[in-house]
Design a protein. Structure first.
Length: 112
């Protein structure tokens, strides 16, 4: 579920749901950052590489924390983001909606 939560957060950051437009270029950069972190690059090294970090600066900490806390889920997150990039706009909004439903907080008892 951690990969799905990270997918949801990243896609929401770079998608305008009102107009069904997404910044696939920035989501693609997030994938590149994930791969760089997997290869052992530090957050400072990534920040210095403007080609890699420009436009996704607000997501670097999230990506670094995900790699550090859930290294086994990084490939799954990369696959999810890759699917998102390759999907047409109507499918992208559905993917975000599906992730939102799956991640809903179920702590409120039914009937209240």
């Amino acid at each position: 579920m951690e990969a799905l939560r990270a997918f949801f957060e990243i896609t929401l950051r770079y998608t305008d749901l009102k107009w069904a437009k997404s910044r696939d270029d920035l989501i693609s950069k997030c994938i590149k950052v994930l791969r760089a972190l997997l290869e052992g690059k530090t957050l400072q090294e990534i920040r210095k590489n403007k080609e890699l970090s420009f436009g996704v600066e607000d997501s670097l900490e999230l990506l670094e924390a995900f790699v550090r806390e859930h290294p086994q889920g990084v490939e799954k997150l990369i696959r999810l983001l890759g699917l998102y990039i390759k999907s047409p706009s109507p499918c992208k909004t559905r993917m975000i909606s599906l992730a939102e439903v799956l991640l809903e907080d179920r702590t409120v008892p039914k009937g209240e």
